[in-house]
Design a protein around this ligand. Sequence first.
Ligand SMILES: Cc1cc2nc3c(=O)[nH]c(=O)nc-3n(C[C@H](O)[C@H](O)[C@H](O)COP(=O)(O)OP(=O)(O)OC[C@H]3O[C@@H](n4cnc5c(N)ncnc54)[C@H](O)[C@@H]3O)c2cc1C
Length: 492
Amino acid sequence: MKNFNSHRVFKRNEKEPNPKGEYVLYWMQINRRFHYNFALEYAIGWANKLDKPLLILEAFSCDYPWATDRSHMFMMQGMKEHLEYAQDQDLNYVSFVEEKPDQYEKLLKDLSAKASVLVTDEYPVFIMRKRNETYPKEIDLPYYTVDSNGLIPLGLTDKDPYSAYFFRKIMQKNFVEAYTNPPQKNPLGEIQNKRKIDLPDSIFSNIPDAGEALNNISEFISELDIDHSVKPIDWHGGRSAALGMMRQFIKDGLKVYDEKRNHPDEKKTSQLSPWLHFGKISEYEIVKAVLEHQPDGWDLNSITFNKGSTGGFFNGDPNIDGFLDEVITWREVGFHFAHHRPDYDKFESLPDWVQKSMDKHRDDPREFIYSYEELEQSKTHDDIWNAAQTQLREDGIIHNYLRMLWGKKVIQWTPDPETALEYLIKLNNTYAIDGRDPNSYSGIFWCFGRFDRAWQERPIFGKLRYMTSESTRKKVKLKQYLNQYGNQKSLL
Ligand SMILES: Cc1cc2nc3c(=O)[nH]c(=O)nc-3n(C[C@H](O)[C@H](O)[C@H](O)COP(=O)(O)OP(=O)(O)OC[C@H]3O[C@@H](n4cnc5c(N)ncnc54)[C@H](O)[C@@H]3O)c2cc1C
């Protein structure tokens, strides 16, 4: 991978390719797609260079933090689609769903022992980050991680961006180059050595048959030692559902995004975050599809560097400006922050002004204090908050605007900021189908002032930006939303 996209490649150890290796292994950890995927493209580059076939491993464990029926179902639906695609295309593809801890790690290491080179996804948070820090020492192969998360390569920034404005400037300077060096739509078409890999049966003895598990997902999940109280949602975890959701948004939501995105009753945001999280759709293809709807005459020459301000960069439809600011700047600032900060999920990662201000107000009296269970079951005095939490519990998501209010209020209703943070991370990552993402941490930590500035000082919140349910009620349309998710439902 040359030039601009070389900023996406991270060599995680100094080991030499295994000369006896039978294939190049691409371990698909989070960007779970065969299209528009830089990591897959890079692995194919290695396979072609060494004249080896490519083996793709897609798997997931049963004991990751906050594992639920909801996250398992979504992931397995996506894998089932992949298995069918791989069979149809005659790919060397191993899918695996773990039944008992350690089976996954053993499979990965067994497959690595027969490989020449290992390529996997760069991802700055959660278990993928930890694996990519430890496995390069344990696996005796060159271990590359490749960033296929967003438009601006993670290797392009040299420190954590402290604000969206700061990151937007970097984005604006690099957008055209990033956009004109895209991932290939169908990298699988580039595979030169198509030899079928014959893996010994011993590798698969004592582990569940993925085909069987994927044909009986509910039954398989019901036997696992995970949280069964969090039920699957209606959305399907496959790429076809992601593409359908994108088309629907472009048809119905994009042209009114600016005006209607904040109103829960309107449902005009893209709702793409679950599929973005599991990598089922690439950010590039969303940006491309959206830019194709700029007014006649618009092209990349219409773009002007705008020193990090929001308006006046793309210079086309303002709805497109608004949407792209979310999906590029706001989405990616969180990836870049976590990339540079191993403490991305710790209170201590917050700016100094926040920590000082929170400490000063640590002992301020709280009118309401709720336990984790009360919050979880939507049992607060605030009907808008309860509705948002009910939507999260039942549908696995909260409307974009209400998500901010949802986070802010927990700061007010818990004994101290550390408890608020702990509850928010647990609620978000247990129930949100897009949880356990860099944006889970940017969203939650934004409520605590990350990427923000100091505001007027007030009790409990100190200098954090303040939000109230009363002003939300006046500002946004949520009558139908409250009818749908209102208290009567949560107290059943
Ligand atoms: C407390 C809190 C928790 C959050 N937890 C998560 C989470 O677990 N996972 C997650 O993906 N997002 C999270 N967010 C960010 C944001 O709320 C969601 O990305 C957004 O609501 C998803 O809805 P959508 O796809 O319809 O967004 P759209 O408005 O259609 O935006 C398109 C895409 O842009 C990105 N985006 C939009 N808004 C933001 C934002 N404020 N910050 C970062 N990226 C954004 C998302 O990838 C989104 O899918 C959280 C925000 C807060 C305040």
